[in-house]
Design a binder for this molecule. Structure first.
Ligand SMILES: [Zn+2]
Length: 262
């Protein structure tokens, strides 16, 4: 009899624990649709969204709502408008759009600064060259973004750069525990060594000025992955033409081959 009581208590405790775990780690679901003004804003400013089919547009809008409902966005010395929030949420959704249930569980808060900042998070004084940052240590779960860089990413559509997308790529890379330029989706397959060898070859081409990929990508494996992904999402046609192999690899990583995006 005692044995059965113990089993019942253990089962009960496990169920209570699981319910709490699911509550803490699941994102809240949006109940409202995006307003027609917001949809118009996306249409005019987010090329990726504008090219989606009607059905995919609806999915994109839902994911934007879900993201904004679950991640806090605050401004420091600047106001954050709904438009800023839509740009940030779009940057978050574009790279993981093809992943059905993706949630940025390693992100709780985004802090927006008026312009570029330095390592002390100051927007005045020396060495203000940081446009975006994914926090570690006591800053874990936070992303820092420069508002000017956020806007530039979407207003200049030819420079292959988009700071906010870049930072979200680091978060996706980090979802498996480490930022190493190897996203979990690749780790599931046995080809991570060729991927790394491929990255090193590409970094070599950047260093010897034989590549049009931004030289910041030559910093290390994770920066190469983030910079190449910015290029992939901002100038897909050009990347396909200039670097067909890289294009194909990124298309596979981000599962974008099934999505109409231009
Ligand atoms: Zn970076």
């Amino acid at each position: 009899m005692e044995k059965y009581i113990t089993i019942v208590i253990l089962a009960g405790t496990t169920i209570v624990f699981l319910i709490r775990y699911i509550k803490v780690y699941s994102w809240k679901k949006p109940k409202k649709e995006l307003s027609s003004d917001d949809k118009q804003f996306l249409l005019a400013n987010i090329k990726y969204y504008a090219h989606l089919s009607d059905l995919d547009k609806k999915i994109f809008e839902y994911k934007i709502q879900e993201f904004l409902l679950n991640v806090k966005i605050i401004g420091v010395d600047t106001t954050v408008t709904k438009k800023d929030k839509l740009l940030i949420a779009s940057s978050a959704i574009i790279p993981i759009f093809a992943f059905k249930n993706w949630q940025y569980r390693n992100l709780k808060e985004i802090i927006v600064y008026p312009s570029n900042f330095n390592l002390d998070f100051k927007t005045s004084g020396p060495l203000r060259n940081i446009k975006g940052l994914v926090g570690t240590g006591y800053m874990e779960g936070k992303m820092l973004l420069s508002k000017t860089a956020l806007h530039h990413g979407f207003s200049n559509q030819t420079d292959k750069r988009n700071t906010a997308i870049h930072e979200f790529i680091h978060l996706i890379d980090k979802a498996d525990g480490v930022v190493d330029g190897i996203p979990q989706v690749l780790l599931e397959e046995p080809n991570q060594i060729p991927w790394l060898e491929y990255i090193y070859k590409q970094i070599g081409s950047i260093k010897t000025k034989q590549s049009d990929i931004n030289e910041y990508g030559a910093t290390n494996e994770m920066e190469f992955f983030a910079v190449a992904s910015e290029y992939f999402f901002e100038r897909p046609k050009l990347l396909k033409k200039k670097h067909p192999e890289l294009y194909q690899k990124l298309e596979h990583i981000f599962k974008q081959d099934m999505i109409k995006r231009w």
